[in-house]
Ligand binder design. Structure first.
Ligand code: DX5
Ligand code: ZN
Length: 213
């Protein structure tokens, strides 16, 4: 069987904020495929994280490092332009957001940005099926979004497998990913893995990235 190329995205949320530029470069030098940047609005999730300035910082310190922006926001449609201007290359939005999801996807794609659609653990995977032809990538959240360092929710594995049976497009998992949970997610059909704590808390990030691949 041909080995599938698994894409690895360190989540900046788990970086040492006292050395943010070095942490961004460490992830790039470790061989990551893209940097996952978590945007939290203290409304869609009970936490605040970064705004567009941090996306622009990533572009400044590592211009060639792909910027994958996860919008955990109630009103993502109001923030598309600032994040595009800051250099977002994929924008990941939630099917649970309080807006017309199809309009949102079209607005993202109209700006030349890749669109990705995410679902929370409690949302049935079938909710994504009507958007199968509209985005290039799906995200099955494997923790309740809002914080890094949580445990992988095993019941989400079944959602990955169901979604894989419906599409050949990219399927990402995010939350509680480590060398063990990654195996189960990939076996179920995921081909993109986001990992925060597991990668940024590793002494040797390159080795940790290899262990996920
Ligand atoms: C959770 C975020 C994740 C988070 C993952 O709300 O969307 O991207 O940073 O962190 P770990 O890998 O530590 O679970
Ligand atoms: Zn995320």
């Amino acid at each position: 069987m041909e080995t599938q190329q698994i894409k690895i995205l360190p989540s900046l949320l788990a970086a040492d904020y006292g050395h943010l530029a070095d942490e961004i470069r460490r992830a790039e030098a470790g061989g990551a495929d893209a940097l996952h940047i978590d945007i939290m609005d203290a409304h869609f999730v009970p936490n605040l994280s970064f705004g567009p300035d941090i996306v622009a910082l990533v572009r400044r310190v590592a211009p060639g490092f792909y910027r994958h922006v996860h919008l955990m926001m109630t009103n993502p449609h109001e923030y598309i332009d600032p994040f595009v201007a800051a250099g977002a290359q994929t924008m990941q939005v939630h099917v649970e957001a309080s807006c017309n999801v199809l309009d949102l996807i079209h607005a993202i794609r109209a700006r030349g940005v890749r669109a990705s659609l995410a679902i929370n653990p409690e949302t049935p995977v079938e909710t994504l099926y009507r958007y199968i032809d509209d985005v290039e990538e799906f995200l099955v959240m494997t923790v309740h979004p809002g914080y890094g360092g949580q445990s992988f929710i095993e019941s989400c594995i079944e959602k990955i497998a169901k979604l894989r049976a419906h599409t050949g497009k990219d399927i990402m998992v995010d939350g509680g990913v480590n060398a063990e949970t990654a195996k189960r997610a990939v076996a179920a059909g995921a081909n993109m893995l986001v990992a925060g704590s597991y990668l940024f808390h590793a002494q040797d990030m390159a080795a940790a990235i290899d262990s996920l691949r």
